[in-house]
Ligand binder design. Structure first.
Ligand SMILES: [Zn+2]
Length: 468
């Protein structure tokens, strides 16, 4: 099985579109209001390249270890489709004299290396919205606000072997883009992906319109099964991922590249990428996920796995470091973050960047647990509650669930449990390990508030006095 990906990354931190002064922020805007003659392709309008977009694209290329071209040339990719007002997209091309921004590079996964074929800068077409599913929608709506927004396209070699590996690759790429600060990947459609998949050669399918990482795995898994059932077949086909129905549907027998009639965009001169520019961008690169993972392991003595998971989401790693600054308990904090909090986020399909829990409150809860004010179970309950509601965790909340440390009060609870569970008491007298069950019962009747150490002491001494 061979899988290659074409990832389109919006440079969401840019102020303006790639070739005009329209705002690059097309989210939450009235449709077709954020447009001008350039991005609407009106006759006589001329594109002007956004310098900041070049710098951000260069940062991506340098971070992926790609070879930067000495000059890049924009090409017209011609095709007729309603989302493309000019009937061509200004893109780049790596054949027929075309030179994209960068070639080569790689992303290292845990057990493999995925090679990058090329990185190019291009404009986004408009957004087409269907009512429900593409196959059943009675119409298509077009929003040109997105037309002309800057995209960096990252094309891989067909090095990926499974749908799951494709997902891991995208997660790693997302972490790199987040750390570079060029893309808010949590925004809908900020990171889109087309996937080429061939199960046994001869027949290759390009799946378009995959909007999320989960869907990449789903769409590819669907194609694996579909292609296996088809048996031998030849040719290329473009299919559309219908996320509503969870299937791919045939769009067309795929265009060959010559169908796009690539030729140089004469309205834009070749762009010389100087050594000075490359060095300026390279010297301002922030710490990237792999380096950050190694630092977290060194600085906080974290296990590899925890550090790897934390740095796979910039927001999660940022949260961790902010919390440790408030209260230094890195191991427990990392543990809770990668198990309980990430589990909560995954269950609710939330991105770590929208986590409502504040590092300060998280630190206060962990501190309360370590100081013995509340037990671990209660601490985790508070963490999840704050994550869901966003309510701050004040001293009041923590003291409200403080452990019962009053010995006489606990002794009363123990007496009650002993009276009501004669069999369990006999078990505990015969077998020391059965004591834990009694402790559990006391914890339960106290609503999790009983201090476990004190409870154990009271129960053991009571058993001792009964046994003698
Ligand atoms: Zn415009």
């Amino acid at each position: 099985m061979k899988i290659g990906l074409e990832v389109h990354c919006h440079l969401t931190k840019l102020k303006t579109k790639l070739f005009c002064r329209c705002s690059a922020d097309y989210y939450n805007k009235e449709p077709n209001t954020n447009i001008c003659p350039v991005c609407m392709g009106l006759p006589g309008s001329l594109p002007v390249l956004n310098e900041e977009a070049v710098k951000q694209a260069l940062a991506i290329a340098i971070a992926l270890g790609s070879k930067i071209s000495e000059k890049m040339i924009f090409y017209r990719k011609n095709y007729f489709y309603p989302d493309l007002p000019k009937n061509f997209q200004i893109s780049q091309y790596d054949k027929a004299g075309g030179q994209p921004l960068a070639l080569g590079g790689q992303i290292t996964l845990k057990d493999s290396v995925v090679r990058i074929r090329r990185i190019q800068l291009e404009e986004d077409p408009a957004k087409i919205v269907y009512e429900g599913s593409i196959s059943t929608s009675p119409y298509a709506l077009i929003d040109y606000n997105r037309s002309g927004v800057a995209l960096v396209e990252i094309v891989t070699e067909p090095d990926l072997k499974t749908p799951r590996q494709a997902r891991l690759f995208l997660q790693k790429l997302r972490a790199i883009l987040e750390h570079l600060g060029v893309c808010d990947c949590s925004l809908e459609g900020a990171l889109r992906c087309d996937a080429n998949i061939s199960v046994r050669g001869g027949y290759r399918v390009e799946v378009k319109n995959i909007g999320s990482f989960k869907d990449v795995e789903k769409a590819l898994s669907f194609e694996v099964t579909r292609q296996r059932m088809l048996g031998a077949k030849k040719g290329m086909e473009t299919r559309h991922w219908d996320d509503v129905r969870g299937v791919t549907v045939s769009l067309r027998v795929k265009e060959e590249e010559m169908d796009y009639r690539y030729f140089p965009e004469a309205d834009l001169p070749p762009f010389i990428i100087t050594r000075e520019l490359i060095e300026a961008v390279a010297s301002s690169l922030p710490e990237l996920p792999d380096a950050r993972r190694e630092r977290l392991i060194r600085q906080y003595k974290l296990p590899f796995q925890s550090a790897e998971i934390l740095t796979s989401h910039k927001a999660l790693a940022d949260f961790f470091e902010a919390a440790v600054k408030e209260y230094p308990s890195p191991l427990k904090m990392a543990d809770w973050l990668v198990s309980d909090i990430l589990g909560y986020l995954n269950r609710n399909d939330l991105d770590p960047s929208v986590l409502k829990l504040k590092p300060k409150d998280f630190a206060a809860i962990v501190k309360a647990v370590e100081e013995g004010l509340i037990n671990e179970q209660t601490g985790k309950r508070l963490v999840l509650k704050a994550a869901a509601t966003g309510e701050g965790v004040g001293d009041k909340l923590i003291s409200g669930v403080s452990k019962i440390k009053d010995e006489s009060m606990l002794a009363k609870l123990v007496d009650k449990v002993f009276e009501e569970n004669v069999k369990a008491v006999q078990d505990a007298l015969a077998n020391e390990k059965a004591v834990n069950y009694l402790i559990g019962l006391v914890m339960r009747v106290s609503g999790g508030k009983a201090d476990p150490h004190l409870t154990r002491r009271i129960i053991t001494s009571k058993l001792k006095s009964m046994g003698s």
